[in-house]
Ligand binder design. Structure first.
Ligand code: PMP
Length: 431
């Protein structure tokens, strides 16, 4: 029978032999030592059960060790682990056909990778080759190359400019009511019907970036439909639409990072960008794509793909048969988007009631199971709750048996993600 290493030994090895970052990102004073998972539950080495409301940073989509996904993996493992995609094999084609069917035209050409960072790197490279331009624009808060937020792009930090993140809660221009939310948000919006003055200001900032920081033509604009690690920031309704238009006028392509928001997580749509009424030129995805098995993808248009096909691109593990079989079984799961919508709307509604009651809960936002709860010193100032107080909250929720995530520039946002499973009380396999 499998036996876990002692906690002390694991910590010793972590200190000596593991990436030092793993010591820094441990949220808790007393770490959680995980033994196993099943659906929405995790058990620690002492047999304590946790409700996993972070889902491995939005990665475990349909549940830890989901029986159907596990069985798809087992079947494929017995048949074929790997062969180079120089040869033609079913799992890759079954999967790419299914994935393409979830995306609107003309997003039909798929490049399979092994992670979100790799997908983002590839998308940037493709954008630069396709447009012949080099500069990339992202939103402030999360610089693409900022290592503490590991949102991809290790090699392409240069020539990346930022425009102001349209944060309608903590930003200077208000506008909380201009975002797309299933709950009543904070009433701080004085926009006349049909317009959003905050959006106009943020678009003005983007124009400043065009005027001052980048050449007249750019390669790409890159944004998540709802910011993930940046604190579940939701933009004013028309922000992405207006931005895409301006970027395209300057020769750039628009890239949607759906690593967290994809596959139905936002509840209202299968892809987060659909909630903004835009169609990107490229979509990057990972995390929930294969329920925690390493995989990622870039999906783009035949036109962009044709530019890229002038060179040679090859990826040893991208399109691995086991990854494809797992990802296929994730797509086969019924009702995931609806579960995200139902559970997410329930959570948002209950959290909003707490927001109205407690001074330190500043903002509740998001859609589906992409939720952020911004903790503040007080409602008037909207200043972030200090890190020491946040740590206490995280330690206490963990001790109560609930795991949630931490995001936002100051770590002031509780990130609620959760897996997409309807059944509340699945039993653990071996306990
Ligand atoms: N994009 C987003 C939105 C992410 O949240 C992350 C990971 N937190 C990445 C990209 C990078 O993905 P990966 O860790 O698989 O490289």
């Amino acid at each position: 029978e499998y036996k876990d290493m002692s906690k002390e030994r694991m910590m010793e090895i972590r200190r000596q032999n593991c990436n030092p970052m793993t010591m820094k990102v441990t949220y808790y004073k007393k770490p959680v030592y995980i033994h196993q998972g099943h659906m929405q539950w995790l058990w620690d080495v002492d047999g304590r059960r946790y409700l996993d409301l972070f889902a491995g940073v939005a990665t475990v989509s349909v549940g830890h060790c989901h029986p159907k996904v596990t069985s798809a993996a087992e079947k494929q493992l017995r048949k074929l682990w790997h062969t180079t995609n120089i040869y033609v094999y079913s799992p890759l084609h079954e999967y790419t056909e299914k994935l393409a069917a979830t995306l609107p035209d003309p997003l039909k050409v798929i490049y399979l990778t092994n992670s979100g960072s790799e997908a983002n790197d590839l998308a940037m490279l493709m954008a630069r080759l396709h447009t012949g331009n080099f500069d990339v624009i992202t939103l402030s808060y999360l610089k693409l190359c900022r290592s503490e937020y590991e949102t991809g792009l290790t090699s392409i930090c240069l020539f990346s400019s930022q425009t102001m993140c349209p944060d309608v809660f903590a930003g200077p221009w208000g506008g909380s009511n201009c975002r797309d939310s299933p709950i009543q948000t904070i009433r701080d919006c004085s926009c006349p019907q049909g317009s959003c003055t905050a959006n106009d200001k943020y678009i003005g900032q983007l124009n400043e970036v065009f005027a001052t920081s980048v050449p007249s033509r750019i390669a790409a604009f890159f944004a998540e439909p709802i910011m993930g690690v940046g604190g579940a920031v939701q933009y004013p309704k028309n922000f992405l639409k207006d931005t895409y238009k301006l970027v395209r006028e300057r020769g750039g392509v628009c890239i949607a990072d759906e690593v967290q928001t994809g596959f139905g997580r936002t509840g209202s749509h299968f892809w987060g960008f659909q909630g903004h009424d835009v169609i990107p030129d490229m979509v990057t995805m990972a995390k929930g794509i294969a329920n925690g098995f390493p995989m990622g993808a870039v999906v783009t248009t035949p036109e962009v793909a044709a530019s890229f096909a002038k060179g040679v691109h090859f990826n040893t593990f991208g399109g691995n048969p086991v990854a494809c079989a797992i990802a296929s079984s994730v797509l086969d799961e019924d009702g995931t988007q609806q579960i995200s919508h139902n559970v997410g709307t329930y959570l948002l509604t209950e959290l909003a009631k707490m927001r109205d009651k407690y001074e330190i809960i500043g903002d509740v936002r998001g859609k589906g199971l992409q939720i952020g709860v911004e903790m503040v010193k007080d409602k008037a100032s909207r200043k972030p709750l200090p890190p020491a107080a946040m740590s206490e909250i995280f330690e206490d929720t963990k001790d109560m048996g609930v795991l949630i995530g931490k995001g936002g520039v100051y770590g002031q946002v509780m990130e609620w993600r959760s897996v997409w499973t309807g059944n509340g009380m699945e039993e653990c396999m071996d306990r």
